[in-house]
Design a protein around this ligand. Structure first.
Ligand SMILES: [Zn+2]
Ligand SMILES: [Zn+2]
Length: 150
């Protein structure tokens, strides 16, 4: 999914959004929808500040005077919005890291990451083959390194 640099015409916040959802995305500042600047985020951030401003002015179809007034409005309201987005983004990244750590299973015997999930099929197969004595009962993981189940 291609990401584009998009601007909120209301507060001037520039975010990276996919080409499909930038129209439905509402900015935190209020009712405004984002407008795509038509460039990839990496290309946008490579531009000098002047060039960024020119691109924004052209995209939003503003005269020099309108753009100047608009910028003053943006500078007043954009900072808290930008901060909130930044905090949300960091909270999301933190959550993803935690989920990843939780899903990272290691063998309790040899600490190897080389483990595979014991499928329901192989568990029930060992139940019927070995009865209740099966050492796979209640075990979810098999270590490919030391061959333990846990
Ligand atoms: Zn906004
Ligand atoms: Zn092991």
């Amino acid at each position: 999914m291609a990401m584009y640099a998009c601007i909120c015409p209301n507060c001037g916040l520039v975010l990276q959004l996919s080409d499909t959802n930038h129209r439905s995305e509402k900015c935190d500042c209020g009712e405004a929808n984002f407008t795509s600047l038509g460039v990839y985020p990496a290309d946008y951030y490579k531009l000098s500040e002047d060039k960024q401003q020119q691109l924004i002015q052209k995209t939003l179809n503003l005269t020099d005077q309108q753009f100047k007034e608009q910028k003053e409005i943006w500078e007043k309201i954009r900072e808290p919005i930008r901060k909130r987005y930044e905090e949300e983004r960091q909270a999301r990244a933190q959550r993803n890291r935690e989920i990843e750590m939780r899903n990272r299973v290691t063998c309790p015997y040899c600490n190897s990451f080389d483990v595979s999930k014991i499928s329901t099929f192989s568990r029930s197969a060992s139940v019927s083959l070995f009865g209740l004595a099966s050492n796979k009962i209640g075990k979810q993981w098999h270590c490919n390194h030391c061959k333990s189940d846990f």
